[in-house]
Design a protein around this ligand. Structure first.
Ligand code: ADP
Length: 480
């Protein structure tokens, strides 16, 4: 089957008729094709969005926009199982994770539906002969470059907020995983989203993605992906002064002190690196453990790693395949470096017999004694590989935690209230979790990074601000 672009509420093939194969990561087989969009196709999508913004969509009253987003949310809940099956096959993620992602995209639409008519400006105290107020206006047409790891969720947090703020959107999903978003666009149109408000164009990053980022008809770009591509997107957007939101991943530390509730921490530490086969921007990929409990904790965590089951997405294993052969090769190159002393392989999960040989499988690996300056402790592996590092003191933990160029998320495990507060303030991160990690997805919680993790905030109400531009109106009316 060939999946076309969704432009102006219609299915439209790429003008040149080119396609890209869609591969199932669980068995390495191609099973569909998507449109390979070029500049002319991106032009068509941007024109449709501009027309929507100038027309029915741009003129819609906030309350009506809110009702529409509620209808989309309800339709996404209704069709959640179908979206989850598409997402699971396309990305290789275990079915229950895909179901959680489908529930999350509906939840994003609920949250932003409720926020639409609460996006107030302010009045500003000024001399009596003036009235000054601010208005939050949409940027206009926003571009969204989505990665392959969580298409549904990242669409929700980015496009949900942008639509709520009144923008018309052009979405470029990743070539490795875009089928759920094509389906979603049709669902949104089916419940009444005006034509052109939401357009989805598939294709290759350096072609369709680059064309979208460089397009002068795009007023804001939000990008989630690797730092290298994020830099290219920001440079392309800079040529026409479009603001960007960049979410570029991390090397997020989980810091476990000797007074922590280890029983509570263990399953969370495991989940934070095994979820989505470690292909999560906010994966807890560094484990900093206080020396006194280091070998005990690693022994117990190692047992959990060994008990994990890796296999095809449809079997709903603990860990599915990686997205593609390139990503698998990249993770394996990192693991070859783990053969260097003093790093030890503490534990490794098992591959199910049911896993086809042509699938892209890497069972979870727990590495011990990783030197803080080693590539495995510095760079994002984007696979199920956890690098454990011992530390001695609170100051030492902070120094190691902050010694990467990233700053996305941090987890702190301690019962000491003072230490919780000190660490929460001292670690460089956009989100800090104390005695938990990820807080159940946190649609309401502003999310984003510092340093090489990017800038701008998604999720929560903050995202709405990011998708607006602030206008200040000063009226000099004289005083009575
Ligand atoms: P990966 O290399 O793991 O696929 P990327 O950060 O390159 O991660 O991809 C994230 C998203 O960015 C995808 O939608 C991809 O198509 C897109 N992309 C890749 N290269 C470019 C580029 N040069 N300009 C714009 N988008 C791009």
């Amino acid at each position: 089957m060939i999946h076309k672009n969704f432009i102006g509420n219609q299915w439209v093939g790429a003008a040149a008729g080119e396609t890209v194969p869609v591969v199932d990561p669980s068995n390495g087989q191609a099973y569909a094709e998507i449109a390979r969009s070029r500049r002319v196709d991106i032009d068509a999508a941007v024109s449709a969005a501009r027309a929507a913004y100038a027309g029915a969509w741009g003129r819609m009253a906030p309350a009506a926009r809110s009702r529409l987003l509620w209808r989309i949310a309800a339709a996404l809940l209704d069709r959640g199982d179908e979206l989850a099956r598409i997402e699971s096959r396309d990305t290789g993620k275990p079915l229950r994770q895909a179901k959680a992602d489908a529930a999350a995209v509906a939840r994003y639409f609920e949250f932003y539906a409720g926020a639409v008519d609460k996006l107030h400006g302010e009045t500003i105290p000024y001399p009596r002969d003036f009235t000054v107020f601010t208005v939050r206006e949409p940027h206009g047409v926003t571009g969204h470059i989505i990665p392959w790891n969580y298409p549904l969720q990242i669409f929700g947090r980015s496009v949900g907020a942008a639509l709520a703020a009144g923008n018309a959107c052009v979405v470029k999903p990743a070539e490795d995983a875009c089928l759920s978003l094509l389906e979603l666009a049709e669902i949104a149109a089916g419940v009444g989203l005006p034509e052109g408000a939401l357009n989805v164009c598939t294709g290759l990053g350096p072609e369709a993605g680059a064309d979208l980022a460089a397009h002068p008809g795009i007023d804001h770009i939000s990008f989630t992906g690797s730092p290298t591509t994020g830099r290219a997107v920001a440079q392309a957007a800079a040529a026409h002064f479009a603001p960007v939101t960049l979410e570029l991943g991390g090397k997020s530390p989980q810091i476990v002190f000797s007074d922590a509730d280890i029983d509570a921490a263990l399953p969370v530490l495991l989940g934070a690196i095994v979820q989505n086969a470690g292909q999560t921007c906010s994966a807890g990929s560094r484990l900093l453990v206080q020396r006194a409990i280091y070998s005990d904790l690693l022994g117990r965590l190692g047992e959990l790693f060994e008990a994990t089951r890796t296999g095809p997405a449809s079997d709903d294993p603990d860990c599915g395949p990686l997205i593609n052969a390139r990503q698998l090769a990249r993770v394996r190159r990192f693991l070859e470096e783990a053969e260097e002393s003093p790093i030890t392989v503490v534990a490794q999960g098992k591959l199910d017999n049911s896993a086809p040989a042509a699938g892209f499988y890497q069972p979870p690996v727990l590495l011990g004694n990783v030197p803080p300056a080693h590539r495995l402790a510095q760079e994002e592996v984007f696979g199920p590989v956890l690098a454990a590092i011992p530390f001695e003191t609170e100051a030492g933990a902070i120094a190691i935690a902050n010694a990467t160029p990233f700053g996305l998320v941090a987890g702190i495990w301690t019962q000491d209230g003072g230490r919780q507060m000190r660490l929460a303030r001292a670690v460089r991160a956009g989100q800090v979790f104390v005695n938990n990690y990820g807080a159940g997805g946190g649609v309401e919680l502003p999310f984003g990074g510092t340093g090489h993790s990017g800038f701008g905030r998604e999720k929560g109400f903050e995202a709405m601000y990011g998708f607006t531009t602030l206008k200040t109106v000063a009226i000099r009316h004289g005083s009575s």
